[in-house]
Design a protein around this ligand. Structure first.
Ligand code: PHE
Length: 336
């Protein structure tokens, strides 16, 4: 029986080598290893009829043959597949094409770009600063004492004593004024970090965009007029801007800025929204100007800070801020 097996194995290996395609290979498999008609299987069935003393050796030999053939079939099948792939005649031109993945601008980046474009046309340039910054830039130079609640570890992510992840883009005001003399007109977009709970309106990392104007004779009127013009260009004609008194250590007076938008529907009907808070703003505190060596008797300025993701929420009617930062493709693709 062992000789018979060896003979079958030789035959079968030759047949495997000769098989020219998947179909032929499958026929070889069935002929030798098929459960019912297969020659090797048939031989195994006869195991019961031979001398019991010879059975273990014959059984082991049959199993070896089966394994050898399975391996040979496998290898040949891979070989044939590789050959088929390399052969241009086998390229199936009727298969549907795979869609190209095309990247798009993130909706928050798009808002930043739009905001930037508006301010650029009003004569502003773009500035930037580091995301890892010092207590001096993030708080002290901005007239915020270190015992102010914002400087607390409860609210700010410290990396080391005195070193932190900036909690707003306002330190870029200081860095810009330190480097350049007035007049200043900049917007500074970037990521900021806070120890906030993660919910529909807060994330520990979010985008902000800062604005700063410093020159001789700059007044609250400039601030109001510029932000009203920005509001109309960004949210559409008919947008109203309202200033509510507020407090920031680095501006005096300070305001929260709300907008009220007019939404024009496709059928021409109009709807006016409620007042929505969109940014903080104010006149730069003279102490801040003095901290960077500006003469606060001669120069005045105003600044604002807003969250472009909030603006994106308003723009697209999205009610959960987290969606903009989770980067789920199913969400992002809608803005393609
Ligand atoms: N930095 C303030 C904040 O993050 C916003 C702000 C910027 C307010 C500039 C006034 C002037 O809340």
């Amino acid at each position: 029986m062992i000789e018979e097996l060896a003979g079958l194995e030789r035959q079968a290996l030759a047949a495997v080598r000769e098989a020219k395609d998947g179909g032929a290979l499958e026929r070889v498999r069935v002929r030798y290893l098929g459960r019912r008609e297969g020659l090797v299987s048939g031989l195994l069935r006869k195991l019961g009829t031979i001398d019991p003393a010879d059975r273990p050796a014959a059984g082991a030999a049959a199993n070896r043959t089966r394994k050898t053939l399975e391996k040979a079939l496998d290898e040949r099948s891979r070989e044939l597949a590789a050959l088929a792939e390399a052969d241009p005649a086998h390229v199936d031109l009727t298969l549907p094409a795979r869609r190209k993945w095309r990247g798009t601008i993130h909706p928050v980046s798009r808002v930043v770009d739009d905001i930037w474009a508006i301010f650029r046309s009003l004569g502003f340039t773009r500035a930037r600063g580091p995301e890892v910054d010092t207590e001096w830039y993030n708080f002290v130079a901005l007239n915020t004492p270190l015992d102010h609640p914002a400087a607390d570890e409860q609210d700010t992510l410290y990396l080391a004593p005195g070193l932190l992840l900036r909690s707003h883009t306002s330190p870029v005001q200081i860095r810009t004024m330190e480097r350049y003399p007035p007049p200043i007109r900049i917007v500074a977009p970037g990521m900021v970090y806070r120890r906030d709970t993660y919910d529909a309106t807060h994330t520990p990392a979010f985008a902000q965009i800062e604005g700063l104007v410093v020159d001789e004779g700059v007044t609250f009127v400039d601030l109001k007029a510029t932000l009203a013009e920005f509001g109309r260009r960004f949210w559409g004609p008919g947008t109203e801007v309202r200033f509510r008194p507020s407090f920031f250590p680095f501006t005096e007076p300070s305001a929260e800025v709300d907008v009220k938008r007019v939404i024009v529907r496709d059928d021409g009907s109009r709807e006016t929204t409620d007042w929505i808070e969109v940014m903080g703003a104010g006149m730069v505190d003279p102490a801040v100007l003095e901290n960077v060596g500006y003469d606060s008797e001669r120069y005045t300025g105003w600044a604002f800070g807003m969250g472009p993701a909030r603006a994106a929420m308003l723009r697209h009617g999205v009610s959960d801020l987290r969606l903009f930062y989770e980067n789920d493709m199913r969400f992002l693709r809608q803005f393609a």
